[in-house]
Design a protein around this ligand. Structure first.
Ligand SMILES: Cc1cc2nc3c(=O)[nH]c(=O)nc-3n(C[C@H](O)[C@H](O)[C@H](O)COP(=O)(O)OP(=O)(O)OC[C@H]3O[C@@H](n4cnc5c(N)ncnc54)[C@H](O)[C@@H]3O)c2cc1C
Length: 396
């Protein structure tokens, strides 16, 4: 039995956590969010990320709940953190080549690095205080505090001098909130690639201060020289999506990118069946979280859309074609899968679905269509748009 350390994988659990946290999203969050008192100690952060990552609860719901409990000025810091996620998602959508670049460099680095060196970092056997603890905490719980993620990534890159892509891959395999955009771009930010030349250097003093003195590692790098790379491609416009034909019987496809289709599809008409798929990506804890979240989602989908609903462990063209045939569906409609492993898996099977005469229509949320196009520059340019865009969403 895999222990998910308090992260119960259901929408109800995400909503309960949000309701519990919302009163603390103001000053208590802004003042306490940098401290990581350890895995079993209460902290100031929300620990909502696995729910938000899979959209068991949406960014809009999270922002709405905290803005219902505080003025914008009081909870601005928390709302900005939620919008960091939206910004990273938009940034990568506008530059899909950066995800491909990461995958290629990761695969090349795997060939290059000695397995023993990598294993010592991943199992927490380097002898570096704090770092070894976080490696084990990540594998055991599927979660790390944001500051621990920053320290860990910095030590990985600048003290251990390991390829950043392999550290990002270690996180992708073990975080239950593992997200292609937030993870890849945060690692790039620490490495000095995302904001060219600007790195994040972990220091023993900062670690001791924000871990309540639990760790004060010796021997950390005292400089962090930014990594370099080929120029980042210019942002593309957000692609237009084809629209669903309301006259055609529909098979609803739900992936781990968005486990709340009830709030995306206003009408339940024409939905002849539904398939909730898991992810082939990730390690034991993230797969366990997704498997339980799938069961929760399938039950909600069946009740809401009133249609037969099946679960599939991973995307599979033949199984989808069979599900469409069994329900008489002529099109598959799904919440848009953002850039990352699931979108890659989907892209690989589109030709087979097309050949079988099953068209796939992806629907993007209004939140994403509103915010993502503004991720053309840095976060601070994006941030100036937040109050206006929240107001347009009816929030703030
Ligand atoms: C190297 C590195 C890798 C990371 N990888 C991931 C990842 O794979 N998936 C992921 O969701 N986050 C990632 N983050 C961002 C951040 O660490 C987590 O979102 C946060 O720690 C989750 O804990 P929380 O829910 O208590 O956050 P809170 O502080 O309570 O924030 C509320 C929500 O805002 C969002 N958020 C907060 N901080 C950030 C941030 N810096 N970037 C993006 N979104 C943020 C999350 O959805 C989070 O649930 C990474 C950060 C670093 C430095």
């Amino acid at each position: 039995m895999i222990a998910l350390d308090g992260f119960s994988p259901s929408r109800a659990a995400g909503l309960a956590r949000l309701a519990d946290f919302a009163p603390r999203a103001g000053r208590a969050y802004a003042e306490g969010r940098n401290s990581d008192a350890g895995p079993n100690a209460p902290g100031a952060v929300s620990r909502l990320s696995p729910y938000v990552r899979h959209r068991l609860i949406t960014e809009r719901e999270v922002a709405g709940a905290v803005l219902g409990a505080h003025s914008f000025a009081t909870c601005e810091k928390f709302v900005a953190e939620v919008l960091w996620r939206t910004y990273w998602k938009g940034w990568l959508e506008l530059r899909p080549g950066i995800w491909r670049r990461y995958c290629d460099e990761r695969d090349a680095a795997r060939e290059r690095v000695k397995p023993g060196v990598l294993a010592s970092a991943e199992t927490g056997a380097t002898g570096i205080e704090g770092f070894d603890h976080w490696a084990r905490e990540l594998v055991a719980t599927g979660y790390l505090h944001n500051h621990a993620r920053m320290w860990f990534a910095s030590i990985w890159i600048f003290t251990l001098r390991l390829p950043w892509t392999l550290g990002a891959d270690f996180f992708m395999r073990n975080l239950i909130d593992a997200d292609a955009a937030s993870n890849t771009l945060s690692w790039r930010w620490v490495a000095g690639l995302q904001t060219p030349g600007k790195t994040y250097l972990a220091t023993a003093d900062n670690i001791a201060r924000y871990t309540d003195g639990r760790f004060s590692p010796r021997g950390l790098a005292n400089t962090a020289i930014a990594l370099t790379e080929d120029p980042v491609p210019s942002p593309r416009p957000l692609p237009d999506l084809v629209t669903a034909d309301p006259a055609l019987p529909t098979l609803l496809l739900v992936t781990p990118d968005d486990f709340h289709p009830e709030s995306l599809f206003a009408s339940t008409r024409g939905v002849a069946g539904a398939v909730v798929v898991g992810s082939g990506a990730g390690g034991p804890l993230s797969r366990a979280f997704v498997a339980d979240a799938m069961a929760d989602t399938a039950a909600r989908v069946a009740a809401h859309f009133g249609c037969p609903t099946q679960r599939l462990a991973a995307l599979d063209a033949e199984a989808l074609i069979a599900a469409a045939a069994n329900t008489g569906a002529r099109q598959i409609v799904m919440p848009y899968a953002s850039i990352g492993p699931d979108a890659d898996a989907l892209a690989a099977l589109l030709p087979k679905l097309d050949a079988a005469g099953v068209r796939v229509v992806a629907v993007r949320r209004g939140w994403d269509s509103a915010f993502w196009p503004h991720a053309t520059k840095g976060f601070f340019a994006f941030k100036t748009q937040i109050p206006r865009l929240l107001a347009a969403e009816g929030l703030g």
